[in-house]
Design a protein around this ligand. Structure first.
Ligand SMILES: [Zn+2]
Length: 339
């Protein structure tokens, strides 16, 4: 079975970079959580540390069978350094919580200074040293500057892999020193295959609803109490915010909450708007048949507004602006500069 499912372009690009020795010292794995960035990072670490490195079957993810590959894939190889926030380390059971204070959600400068020291030491096994920064966007500015120094003067056979939701999540000076690989949301059939392989119950249903992310699929609440009609929180929040407004502009807080719930990912917003249109169309039909809330007139007017937002997004407008215009009924000119 393929090691990395559903990301053929990433696999091909890495294979090519390895074959031509063009991997460089920095890699930026861009994509949302649950699409394979970490699996790819650990697999690539395995490939660099693999005892059969250089043999054709070891590219791009290592042979997968030797001790080095197995330890790297488990995140437990002495020449593989994982960097993450304290909160994430506690969540994964890699660190003990300090009872006196909440673990930091940020990756702090000390973690990167420590990494730089460890990357300067001789590799335990005499080969590569690999660092993976999980959620690189959680590095604060000091931490990013410390990492930048490492990227500016990397040791020989040192590779740093950054995982981030998008390229702009790290400083441009960091991004420009990295080979960027873009991870796409997984196709439903790939998601189904991965969930099936994990033995997840309701794999079929989860794959259908999770919009391309294993993390989202595993986190889905399929109980009847969660609504059950397949609408995410975003659709419900949009619905409430739009119908809460009798006239032109609804309560600002509800609108901002709705925008927050839908998120900023283009595909999430498009999907939420599609579901919202379906619900409004159903409501308009019910309204036309007499009665029901919203009325046919209100539902039709809202349908038109949602349609405009969808068109704007389809024509590459900023999703955030399109959402704000939909919810607040106004355009860029009236937008406060603070948000
Ligand atoms: Zn191996």
């Amino acid at each position: 079975m393929t090691y990395l499912i559903g990301q053929p372009r990433v696999s091909a690009a890495l294979e090519n970079a390895l074959a031509h020795d063009r991997l460089g010292h920095g890699l930026l794995f861009v994509g949302e959580a649950g699409v394979g960035r970490e699996r790819a990072a650990l697999g690539l670490a395995g490939a660099l540390l693999c005892e059969r490195r250089g043999e054709p079957q070891a590219a791009p993810w290592g042979c997968g069978a030797c001790g080095a590959c197995r330890r790297a894939r488990a995140g437990a190889h002495p020449d593989l350094h994982l960097v993450m926030s304290e909160a994430e380390a506690v969540r994964r059971g890699r660190a003990e919580p300090d009872g006196k204070r909440r673990p930091s959600q940020d990756i702090l400068v000390d973690a990167l200074r420590d990494l730089s020291v460890r990357l300067r030491m001789t590799a335990y096994q005499g080969g590569y040293r690999v660092a993976v920064v999980v959620d690189a966007h959680r590095m604060n500015v000091n931490a990013q500057n410390a990492l930048l120094k490492t990227l500016e003067e990397p040791g020989e056979r040192t590779v740093v892999i950054l995982m981030a939701p998008h390229e702009r999540a790290v400083l441009p000076t960091i991004a420009s020193r990295c080979l960027r690989l873009s991870f796409q949301p997984l196709a439903e059939r790939d998601l189904r295959a991965i969930l099936g392989g994990l033995g997840t119950p309701d794999a079929e249903l989860r794959a259908r609803r999770a919009r391309g992310s294993v993390a989202r699929a595993l986190a889905l609440d399929l109980s009847a109490a969660s609504g059950g009609d397949g609408d995410g929180d975003g659709v419900k929040a949009l619905w409430d915010a739009l119908l809460g407004e009798a006239g032109d502009v609804g309560p600002l807080a509800a609108c901002l909450d709705a925008a927050e719930a839908v998120g900023k990912e283009r595909s999430d917003v498009e999907q939420a708007l599609t579901r919202l249109e379906q619900r409004l169309a159903d409501a308009a039909r019910a309204g036309a048949a007499g009665g029901g809330t919203p009325s046919w007139r209100q539902a039709s007017a809202l349908l038109e507004r949602v349609g405009r937002a969808r068109t704007a997004i389809a024509h590459n407008a900023s999703v955030q602006l399109a959402l704000e215009e939909l919810l607040l009924g106004r355009g860029l000119a009236a937008r406060p500069a603070t948000r």
